[in-house]
Design a protein around this ligand. Sequence first.
Ligand SMILES: [Zn+2]
Length: 250
Amino acid sequence: MKLIKKLKNKLKLLSHSGSDYYCPFCGYHSKDWEVVGHDLAVLREKEVIGGGRRAAGCYKCQSRDRERLLYAFIMEELKLPESKDLSILHIAPEIKLSSVLLDQHFKEYVCGDLFTPGYHYADYVKNINVLDIPYPEQHFDFVICNHVLEHIPEDTKAMGELFRVLKSGGKAILQVPISNNTQETHEDFTVSDPKKREELFGQFDHVRIYGQDYSTRLESVGFKVNRINISNKYKKLGLNPYEDIFFCEK
Ligand SMILES: [Zn+2]
């Protein structure tokens, strides 16, 4: 059975190989991307970026468009590894991205996640609650926290914590699923039924769908927000043309 699976996988990679696209995590060159994600009405209607069913997966390592965007921004645009003297906090670390960052041997690279029963965490990940980060003020030069805030009712408190542990002049990448056609964030904390949450917010454990006012919330805790789009520059990585990086500064 294992051999058949291996063979099938090999054939799949052969049939999709090409020169149009490229995955920076595994190096696979392809002519297209695998269709991934859930097709939900609310994600379609609200044109939610960072979710929904789309051709965005690497056939070889399963990386997603949004992970490749982070790779391009951190490794190619910011060239973060050129400054080894950085203290970095990475909340809910994307496994492929954190492997790349671990290899850079920064002065400090802390990975944290709120440990939840039933989930597995890599041994370099610490149990950290983003509402109460166990580090002093002005500790980190750089914070990465993606697709976390939409899970937390007290999201501005979490934003405030991320802001607190960041040094003055420090930078943060804070991505969330965001509606492309809605101004106002839609949230309702009285909804706790997982099925209803999926229907309203696009995932069983999300408590909101952010609108374009997401930046205003970040600014309310003190961040200066820069929205940056690099999708045109990295066409080979198959990025979502509408996905901006929320690059925040203290
Ligand atoms: Zn890949």
